[in-house]
Design a protein around this ligand. Structure first.
Ligand code: ATP
Ligand code: MG
Length: 594
């Protein structure tokens, strides 16, 4: 299992920064590792996705590695888009990922009063002003990369006037968009973020926590560093798109500290490149579109790259951590092979998941000589190994009778030479049970095989090789296939989950894109194939002999078929429904000719 506290030999650039800070005593006594404080600051406007999982694992992992502190804080500064449902799901996801936060969950909205006081302080120091230009005027006067901006006519209004208007903005005296509070920095700065950025806007909307107390809401750049400061964060880790915002992050804290005898804490922002796995999208806005337009069953649809979707699909927190680690922590932009994620979950489940037999597309097999070697109704039991990678997982009984199911694709009427499974006159091993030879088969009027007739060899009991014949010849069999007995098999639904998109970069608009192009055109119509008539072994009806999964999700390897987990709909519907987590091998890259 991946270990967050395990320090690898080569340390990534953020670890190196923290190492140096600890050595120099930047945040406390030199050598004191416990001063490290990190946070995860989601905006509650959607469910967490795989990229967020990386951010959580990185920031929490660093706090854990150094013996410091990790905070979970909602950046709930935008009332229009935020909902309690998102807050609840994010808390559940962060907990599931294995991150442990210090104390209570925090909300930026808890600090609104403090932000407001600091904003008043900036106005008094002549570092902020209320601007009444229309949004269009403001945009026009901002200039662009080649052209400096133009100062607002309100820029030099007296502080008292701004203070008064600011108070009225707060109290709800003005319409949305009618005025803003801006920082007075530099309208000619080559960094557009420093051209008198907006600190507050008027929003007359109900907030999911503060209700209608506030009619102004802080902008991200103003609020974020202050949230970090209040919580004593040392290393505020974010993605590269905030690199150009760092001067502003620092400017705001310096502005508050200007003339203060006791300066507020000044955290350090550090940027790393976003996780961008191929074949998925990591934009909450676009994920929300998929949900709202009904392309998926919800945010936690097992096809979704959300944390809740991946959990429902059977991914483990360990596999997400391993993937986060495998993709590294760098400043290089680039896509990450989704195959690494699939490999990570295979690696974990190969060790942790018990084996079971499940026939997804069943065809009946009749053992025609069953009665010749005993009572024709008899049931024989065999021991099946639960997990070849974990001896302690033990064995279970599987029952064998004269009627079985095997996978339809394991039989061919006219097989080529290299086909080592069942065909007329061919012999295979039925795992754990017997060797059987196909003697005949039955077809329906549509030409579909409905029944396969076989004889079994009692000398191969348990699937063992039969003894040599009188001449000393050893009979061999190349294929081993899985099966379930018809008398006790359970019906199940299996959802074959595949990649959600058909192309590696689904959100990348092609150059010759037609009008109205959308990433939705790259959706994989076969991302979920529902198989209604699967037959699975009866052990799956109970949890006996299964490992205890901390999240309660039952995961398995269906022999030869892949990794599967029980979907949450099973309990609701009172029947077994499985989601395929991953195939046994990476068949995708071969199929796609990658
Ligand atoms: P989106 O653009 O999908 O809405 P976001 O960045 O706006 O995502 P936030 O809730 O603000 O979503 O993100 C919380 C934290 O997660 C931020 O620190 C952000 O940098 C980080 N994060 C978001 N997406 C990724 C990603 N793909 N890889 C790594 N970290 C990410
Ligand atoms: Mg964001």
């Amino acid at each position: 299992m991946p270990d967050d506290t395990n320090e690898p030999a080569s340390r990534h650039f953020i670890e190196q920064i923290i190492d140096a800070d600890i050595a120099s005593g930047k945040w406390g006594q030199p050598g004191d590792r416990s001063v490290v404080a990190t946070r995860f600051p989601p905006e509650p406007n959607g469910y967490l996705h795989i990229g967020h999982a990386k951010a959580v694992n990185l920031s929490y992992g660093l706090a854990a590695q150094f013996g410091g502190r990790f905070m979970l804080r909602f950046d709930d500064t935008n009332p229009a888009k935020e909902e309690q449902e998102y807050v609840d799901s994010i808390i559940e996801d962060v907990r599931w990922l294995g991150a442990k936060w210090a104390g209570e969950v925090r909300f930026a909205s808890d600090y609104f009063e403090q932000f407001y006081e600091w904003a008043q302080d900036l106005i008094k120091k002549g570092l902020a002003y209320v601007d009444e230009q229309s949004p269009e005027q403001m945009k026009q006067n901002r200039g662009d990369v080649t052209k400096p901006g133009v100062n607002s006519p309100f820029r030099d209004r007296p502080a008292e006037e701004s203070l008064d208007l600011f108070a009225k903005m707060k109290a709800g005296a003005f319409k949305d968009g009618s005025m803003v509070l801006r920082a007075k920095i530099d309208m000619a700065s080559p960094n557009m973020n420093l051209r008198d950025p907006v600190m507050y806007r008027v929003v007359n909307a109900k907030h999911h926590r503060t209700g209608s107390t506030w009619h102004i809401y802080p902008m991200y750049d103003w609020a974020h560093g202050l949230e970090d400061s209040i919580e004593g964060i040392t290393h505020s880790i974010c993605t590269l798109e905030f690199e150009n915002h760092r001067p502003l992050y620092d400017w705001f804290i310096d502005a508050i500290n200007k003339g203060r005898s006791e300066p507020i804490h000044h955290p350090q922002q550090i940027e790393f490149s976003r996780l961008e796995p191929t074949y998925i999208i990591t934009s909450k806005r676009n994920l929300k579109l998929l949900v709202d337009d009904g392309h998926v069953m919800g945010w936690d649809d097992p096809r979704m790259p959300t944390v809740s979707g991946m959990r429902r699909r059977g991914f483990t927190p360990e596999s997400l951590r391993a993937f986060a680690k495998a993709t590294g922590v760098t400043k290089f932009k680039g896509a990450h092979d989704i195959g690494l994620l699939e490999a990570a979950v295979r690696d974990h489940l190969n060790i942790a998941a018990p084996r079971r037999m499940a026939v997804l597309d069943p065809v009946k097999v009749v053992i025609t000589n069953w009665g010749e070697h005993g009572d024709s109704d008899r049931i024989e039991e065999f021991d099946a190994i639960n997990n070849p990678n974990d001896e302690a997982a033990g064995t279970r009984k599987v029952a064998f009778s004269c009627e079985l199911y095997i996978e339809r694709e394991d039989f061919m009427e006219d097989p080529p030479k290299k086909f080592f499974r069942l065909g007329p006159g061919r012999e295979v091993r039925l795992r754990y049970a017997y060797w059987v030879t196909c003697t005949d088969f039955v077809k329906d009027s549509g030409g579909n095989v409905t029944e396969i007739h076989c004889t079994y060899d009692p000398a191969t009991k348990g699937g063992e090789n039969p003894p040599p014949d009188a001449d000393g010849n050893v009979r061999k069999v190349k294929g081993t296939i899985h099966w379930v007995s018809a008398h006790d098999a359970i019906d199940a639904e299996v959802r074959q989950i595949d990649r959600l998109f058909t192309v590696p970069h689904p959100a990348r608009e092609p150059k010759d894109a037609p009008e109205g192009w959308s990433f939705m055109q790259n959706l994989n119509p076969d991302a979920m194939t529902v198989i209604g008539g699967a037959k699975v072994e009866p052990a799956l009806a109970s949890t006996e002999g299964e490992p205890t999964w901390p999240d309660g999700i039952r995961r398995f390897q269906f022999e030869r078929m892949g990794y599967f987990c029980v979907d949450r709909d099973s309990a609701k519907e009172g029947r077994l429904i499985f989601n395929r987590t991953a195939t046994l091998r990476d068949s995708w890259s071969k199929e796609q000719g990658k």
